[in-house]
Design a protein around this ligand. Structure first.
Ligand code: HEC
Ligand code: HEC
Length: 205
């Protein structure tokens, strides 16, 4: 009887340890120093602190860790398609993803500029959308200053290269990048709308 109780107690205790271990594992939030040392391969394209040199490569600096991690997992599992990033993400562990995401989130994004002739249309779309065309206001999700919302996994857009945002908006519109919210937002946007709002968000600080 005593040994049975001991056995039960041991089983309960070891189940508790397993639960605690898996809670710790799920709660792993990443380590910026580890992320920095793992970012050497990334910096060739994304810049040494996540501020890339040109629009072919998105800036990662200052982006929310929640979004960076979710998008790296999406490249890894193929739900976001890109030949370059698929190959790179394939070899990242969950821990690598957490470390890299926290590292880039703690850097500061370099500022960009809006093209003066695109300011008016860009600002109108960003702040108010276009109800006649069925385009939602970007600010509703990405925030008045383009900072996004980490808890909702709405990415920060401010300072991002206009050329990169344009490519992404066309991909959402054309169904090459899938996200229910953004596919709906982009589907009624013309190329001119996309160019204007992308320039506007590059200038947000
Ligand atoms: C050879 C160039 C190259 C290298 C090296 C590279 N990337 Fe990328 N990365 C890209 C390109 C190009 C894109 C845009 C892809 C697209 O349009 O989806 C991108 C996109 C991303 C995005 C999405 C950004 C966003 O705003 O949605 C993240 C996150 C990212 N890379 C992280 C990394 C990390 C972490 C590493 C290092 C492990 C890395 N990249 C290495 C070229 C590169
Ligand atoms: C209902 C909420 C919502 C609205 C409104 C919205 N967005 Fe988004 N946006 C998102 C979400 C969520 C994502 C991340 C999608 C993903 O994870 O692939 C996103 C992603 C993006 C990206 C890609 C960012 C990157 O780093 O790759 C761009 C660019 C963008 N949005 C621009 C806009 C613009 C411009 C508008 C207004 C015309 C807008 N969004 C309106 C929710 C929204």
């Amino acid at each position: 009887m005593k040994s049975l109780l001991t056995a039960i107690a041991l089983t309960v205790a070891s189940a508790a340890v397993t639960a605690a271990e898996s809670a710790t594992k799920n709660a792993y939030v990443g380590d910026a120093d580890q992320g920095k040392s793992k970012s050497a391969t990334c910096s060739a394209c994304h810049g040494s602190e996540g501020n890339s040199a040109a629009a072919d490569y998105p800036k990662l600096a200052g982006q929310h860790a929640s979004y960076l991690a979710s998008t790296l997992r999406a490249y890894r599992d193929g739900s976001r398609e890109n030949a370059i990033m698929a190959g790179l993400a394939a070899v990242l562990s969950d821990e690598d993803i957490a470390d890299l995401s926290v590292y880039y989130a703690t850097q500061s994004v370099s500022s960009g500029a809006v093209q003066p002739d695109l300011l008016e249309r860009g600002e109108q779309l960003y702040r108010f959308g276009d109800s006649e065309k069925g385009i939602s206001a970007c600010a509703a999700c990405h925030g008045p200053t383009g900072a996004g919302l980490a808890s909702a996994v709405f990415p920060s857009l401010k300072g991002q290269w206009a050329g990169y945002s344009e490519t992404q908006l066309r991909s959402f519109r054309d169904g090459l990048r899938m996200n229910v919210m953004m596919n709906g937002v982009a589907k009624n946007m013309s190329d001119a709308d996309i160019e204007a709002v992308s320039s506007y968000v590059e200038g947000l600080k």
